[in-house]
Design a protein around this ligand. Structure first.
Ligand code: NAI
Length: 782
């Protein structure tokens, strides 16, 4: 071939990476592995085989973890946990640092093993997966070092059950193991059945790094093994990454168990290209957005939205670029697109495209697919309707679907027309437009003129059905901790028994509910009498029904779009004003509380409520995000956004203070709430809305319903337009709320029968529950 011809075709030969070292390691283990429990490998037992998806060759026999194996691993983790948590942060930092160094030392074999096991191009495992693994352990070595000063008042959760997917096998392990260990937890981790090898190599790294026996345990197996981990009664936290269907099941299985839970699930992330974008960069970005790891990426830019005026040019360039992608042996360093992880995943992709592709125009890259492996051509399907199956379903393969939009507002609408909310990319040369769009997108991560950027310092995770919780950053670390204070049991509190009404009590004093800024009668037309402990009739409240909750959720939805956009300063002013007005009526509220409780604690509770209002006001303009210095040319702005509509079951043991704390913390962060008042002592709440009415609180920002907690919690937890449910109720409803929340995977914060100190001045747990962190990556600096 002449030089001129080479320039014309830009053709080049193969550059295969050697796999001798990896094969030697497999042979040294007789290509047969047990589990890693209590610092040693168990004898290999019956199980399943791992294959190289690029050519179908056998890699190793793996053991299928039984319930007994899981139990041994959890026992080992439990035994090791207390002393691991007691070691100094510095001691844990040294271990994590040693892991990071060993990952770097073994980088080559790890990259090759990952590629052989998963099918991803060696360029990716070598340049992205493994360096990010090392970075994660370095970063968390630092977190362990700082834990004692920066995480005061927090402690390890205990034993963490972690189940990970096959798309970034070692990286997902790092995301789970590093923060857990940094804070003094121990782990039982199950890699995905298709890709266990690097996790087993990592077990050897743990031995070399001096990780104490039992701190890291790895059990291989299928879904049943994962289920045994997440349901084990001695596991304190479950962290899962994988499909939304399994995430939903895990939410149901762990409901009411008191286990902490984080779920990182699927996505259908929009890739939005405005007409002023640098088109060539945006086309190249798509190679990383959807053909990176064959599109098997939870945050893949799998939904292309192009502004109408440039669509034809953009598609033409994109098709041309697709035809130049090189597909083939993933160990070849010149390959862009490797193999799909397994035949089952390939069948799933093929079937989705074959069944629904004809709804649009299908273009598949002109390429010869290698024989004998799991390959699928890079595919573009344009002209799809926003509601089409392929626009909505996660394909999890190298298939990009696209549509067009006209205006920025329409781009946002189409982008958010999905049940997911993991990530988004925005391409424009106009910084104003990018920063106008970013906050409007329902996503946990937004990349500006970039895509698929990750870093240990920037929390990663989604909203909506993409799950909850963040991995990475301070918020990811916090998800492996709990408050260090001892918890007390919450005694059930029932309304006082009826006494005898006297003549004066016959005047109707039925307090209404408060919906959309108006006093509302209960839809079912029923009310409940409230009695003092001495049998005096204090008044009546409505018994709220499903319909009342629905009306309140609708009012909240209307209110939150504008309330969420107000400034912290404005919200603070309104909250101070509420505090001032409550203070002016302090005696009346104190008398009401005393009458309901028969105690003399009302004045102190009112004073604490006014103080809580001031605290919420104080935080409204101070609970800010951060700018993370990520080691890529840019910054990640970790913005704290309102969760949306929060349903609340308010406490009975501080009927005014509990409601005020919950509602105002939510308000301060820009949320709307539907608060169900204390069931036993609701009259303080119904008095409180009169204060809201006179304090410039916009209609619908706070809605107050009275009635039975167990009944009303069902509707709140089922409702698809409620984004979070908090329960401080003394009724036993935590399990029901968590199980029902699986529907739209809303965030929950329930007490599981534990009492809370309502006089504790620190409002941050509420503010944290009232916000989601969105990381907005923007180009910055040279
Ligand atoms: P999956 O969600 O079934 O597997 C992920 C992990 O969960 C694996 O380790 C698996 O063994 C485990 N698992 C399965 N059932 C379980 C259960 N009941 N309890 C506990 N653990 C369980 O995903 P799968 O079947 O491999 O892929 C199916 C689809 O899921 C893909 O096509 C893709 O759309 C999606 N997916 C999304 C991922 C993401 O990161 N968002 C990752 C993997 C898959």
């Amino acid at each position: 071939m002449t030089i001129a011809e080479i320039f014309k075709t830009m053709d080049y030969g193969a550059a295969p990476e050697g796999n001798k070292e990896a094969l030697t390691w497999l042979e040294a283990n007789n290509r047969s592995f047990g589990h890693f429990i209590n610092g040693t490998f168990t004898k290999a037992s019956a199980g399943f085989k791992s294959h190289n998806p690029a050519n179908g060759t056998f890699l190793a026999d793996l053991s299928k973890g039984s319930a007994d194996d899981v139990d041994s691993a959890v026992k080992a983790a439990r035994k090791a946990q207390a002393s691991w948590a007691k070691t100094s942060g510095h001691a844990r930092a040294k271990v994590l640092y040693a892991i990071a160094r060993l990952v770097q030392k073994h980088a080559r074999i790890l990259a090759v093993l990952e590629t052989m096991d998963n099918g991803k191009p060696i360029r990716e495992s070598r340049d992205i997966d493994i360096p990010l693994v090392a970075r994660h352990f370095y970063y968390h070595a630092g977190m362990a070092q700082l834990a004692e000063t920066e995480m005061q008042g927090r402690e390890a959760l205990g034993v963490c059950g972690q189940v990970i997917p096959w798309n970034f096998p070692l990286l997902m392990l790092a995301w789970k193991v590093a923060p857990a260990l940094a804070m003094g937890n121990t782990v039982v981790l199950k890699p995905a059945e298709y890709t266990s090898l690097t996790a087993l190599f990592f077990a050897e790294i743990c031995q070399q790094a001096g990780v104490p026996a039992g701190v890291v345990n790895i059990v291989t197996g299928h879904g049943a093994t994962g289920e045994a981990i997440v349901t084990h009664t001695d596991v304190n936290k479950v962290a899962f990454t994988g499909s939304t269907a399994v995430g939903r099941r895990i939410r149901e299985l762990t409901a009411g168990s008191g286990k902490a839970l984080t779920l990182e699930l699927g996505g259908k992330s929009p890739y939005i290209v405005f007409d002023d974008a640098d088109i060539d960069s945006a086309v190249e970005g798509l190679v990383d957005a959807i053909w990176f790891n064959q599109g098997q990426v939870c945050c893949a830019g799998s939904r292309l939205l192009v502004q109408e005026g440039i669509a034809e040019v953009f598609y033409a360039k994109l098709r041309a670029r697709m035809d130049k992608l090189r597909i083939g042996d993933p160990l070849d360093k010149c390959i862009d697109v490797g193999a799909i992880v397994d035949q089952r995943q390939l069948d799933r992709i093929t079937s989705l495209v074959d069944t629904h592709g004809s709804e649009g125009d299908v273009h598949q890259a002109k390429c010869d697919l290698p024989e004998g492996g799991c390959y699928y051509p890079p595919t573009l399907i344009t002209g799809l309707h926003a509601a089409a199956t392929l626009m909505q379903e996660e394909i999890f393969g190298p298939v990009l679907v696209g549509t067009t939009f006209r205006t920025p507002a329409e781009a946002v609408e189409v982008a958010n027309n999905t049940r997911y909310g993991l990530a988004a990319s925005v391409w424009t040369e106009n910084v104003n437009l990018a920063l106008d769009i970013a906050p409007k997108l329902k996503a946990g991560v937004v990349w500006t003129n970039a895509t698929n950027l990750f870093d240990a310092a920037a929390g990663f995770g989604g909203v909506r059905e993409s799950g909850f919780g963040r991995e990475g950053g301070w918020e990811g670390l916090a998800a492996y901790t709990k408050p260090a204070t001892a918890v007390k049991k919450l005694a059930p509190i029932a309304p006082y028994a009826p006494g005898t009404a006297n003549a004066a009590d016959t005047i109707d004093r039925t307090a209404k509910m408060y919906i959309g800024g108006k006093q509302a009668r209960p839809d079912a037309g029923q009310s409940q009498a409230i009695w003092s402990p001495k049998g005096k009739l204090l008044g009546h409240v409505g018994i709220g029904s499903r319909k009342d909750i629905r009306n309140a959720v609708e009012a909240a939805a209307k209110a939150r779009s504008t309330w969420g956009k107000t400034s912290g300063h404005l919200r603070a002013q309104i909250l101070y004003y509420v505090g001032e007005n409550l203070s002016a009526r302090a005696d009346e509220f104190a008398a009401r509380l005393d009458a309901m409780s028969g105690k003399k604690t009302g004045a102190a509770e009112v004073e604490a409520s006014v103080s809580a209002l001031f605290t919420a006001a104080a935080w409204a303009d101070k609970y800010d995000g951060q700018a993370h210095g990520v080691p890529i040319r840019g910054v990640a702005l970790a913005m704290k956004e309102a969760v949306g509509t929060i349903g609340m079951l308010c406490t009975d043991d501080a009927p005014l203070l509990g409601l005020v704390t919950s509602v105002t913390a939510a308000m301060a962060m820009g949320n709307a709430s539907v608060a169900v008042a204390s069931h036993a002592f609701p009259l303080a709440a119904t008095d409180f809305y009169q204060v809201l009415e006179t304090s410039d609180v916009p209609a619908g920002v706070v809605n107050i319903i009275t009635g039975d907690h167990a009944e009303l919690a069902k509707t709140l937890a089922d409702h698809l337009d409620v984004d979070a449910v908090w329960s401080f109720s003394s009724s036993d409803i935590s399990a029901d709320i968590e199980a029902r929340s699986a529907g739209n995977l809303k965030r929950t914060w329930v007490n599981n029968g534990q009492a809370r100190d309502w006089n504790a001045p620190d409002m941050r747990p509420f503010l944290e529950a009232a916000t989601e962190v969105k990381n907005i990556w923007i180009p910055y600096g040279e």
